[in-house]
Design a protein around this ligand. Structure first.
Ligand SMILES: [Zn+2]
Length: 377
């Protein structure tokens, strides 16, 4: 299922590819478009046992804007005289970098470092590293594994194309300037019931599952918000995976943040239940990633209202690097309503009364947030 979906996405992506331009230090703009590849994404080809190492002979690059999402990316195309393997890794460091190793390849002497405008990448440098070629791409900001792709394309003698190593890098998109009005009416709220389907999340001592609790609460919140005139986007409405079964964590979480991003939610709220090895630990906490000026404010408003509503231990609003609160473009928070590993709290979580109480706490927290945020305008 997942492979087919990926292949389909890849083909879609390749079909929407428009043009390729020569690197500034070679002929301008007249290069032919890259042909449609006949291999699936990520395929690597074993190097042949040849005595002469394949040579990295030419580098081209192209800008591409995706028709559907308007998101921009940059593609580096590196010609190699024989089949090789290539892989990339992102390095934080003082300058965030994508390091691509092309195995068993020597860079030709004519290969020059490239400088870019910094919108997508700053610089590309090439160096021999033992038997390999190391391609270092300086990035304007930190990337993660969904921001780039490294793959190879086989040679195509008919089209006179050599073996190629391709590096695609997404352009970082600046966040919009948010401003809010008070009240819940007409607000677009994305609700993300944590886990689901093949992923139960944490499981309590009497086998209550996190995915069940998060969905039950999210549905109550949805009903309350809609009654208050808000529009609700649910990342899932039943016991299912959002991306698909057996997806990687990144794919699954990306599907959740994309649901909010593509529909331009005002606020994103991920609902979870905590767990810990020590069963006596309990309480409510909220997490935020301060990417807009509102994330902390949202987390604090929710935390205050949830503690008022549920009367569990106040474990506060805390900063965290969680994927869904970082990769959503709007103010976002991830709440941990209680500890499912704590037998008393597990019992509470099963109760419709407690679920409703916490749902009212969330709604009150959102209302509180919009009222406070409106005062910042
Ligand atoms: Zn969880």
């Amino acid at each position: 299922m997942r492979k087919i979906a990926l292949l389909f996405l890849f083909v879609l992506f390749m079909v929407s590819w428009t043009g390729v331009y020569a690197a500034p230090d070679t002929a301008p703009a007249a290069k032919p478009a890259i042909s449609l590849p006949k291999v699936s994404a990520g395929k690597t080809v074993e190097a042949r046992g040849s005595s002469r190492q394949p040579v990295l002979s030419q580098v081209r690059w192209a800008n591409h804007t995706e028709a559907l999402t308007g998101s921009a990316m940059l593609r580096l195309v590196m010609d190699v005289s024989g089949p090789v393997e290539a892989s990339g890794v992102v390095i934080a460091g003082p300058t965030p970098q994508l390091s691509v190793i092309i195995k068993g390849t020597t860079p030709a002497k004519t290969i020059k470092n490239l400088t870019f405008d910094g919108k997508v990448i700053e610089k590309v440098s090439f160096a021999a590293s033992g038997q390999d070629t190391k391609v270092i791409v300086d990035l304007p900001s930190m990337a993660d594994d969904l921001d780039y792709r490294v793959f190879t394309l086989p040679s195509d003698p008919q089209a006179k194309r050599p073996f190629r190593v391709i590096v695609d890098i997404n352009e970082p998109v600046p966040l919009p300037d948010y401003s809010f009005t008070p009240g819940l009416k007409n607000k677009v709220i994305a609700l993300d019931p944590g886990h689901g389907g093949s992923d139960p999340g944490a499981i309590g001592p009497s086998n209550y599952m996190e995915k069940t609790a998060t969905l039950a609460v999210a549905k109550r919140v949805q009903a309350l918000l809609e009654k208050a005139g808000a529009k609700v986007i649910m990342t899932r409405e039943e016991d299912c995976d959002v991306f698909g079964p057996k997806a990687t964590a990144a794919e699954e979480l990306n599907a959740r943040s994309t649901a909010a991003n593509s529909r331009k939610a005002d606020v994103f709220l991920s609902i979870h239940i905590n767990a810990f090895t020590d069963r006596s630990v309990g309480g409510t906490s909220t997490y935020y990633y301060q990417k807009t000026k509102y994330d902390l404010m949202l987390a604090q408003a929710l935390q205050t209202s949830l503690v008022e509503a549920g009367k569990l231990q106040d474990r506060r609003a805390n900063p965290a690097n969680f994927y869904v609160i970082k990769r959503t473009r709007m103010p976002a928070a991830l709440i941990e309503l209680a500890f499912i590993s704590n037998p008393d709290e597990e019992k509470l979580l099963r109760l419709p009364d407690f679920q409703q109480k916490m749902s009212l706490g969330i709604v009150r927290g959102l209302e509180r947030f919009f009222d406070q945020a409106a005062k910042l305008n």
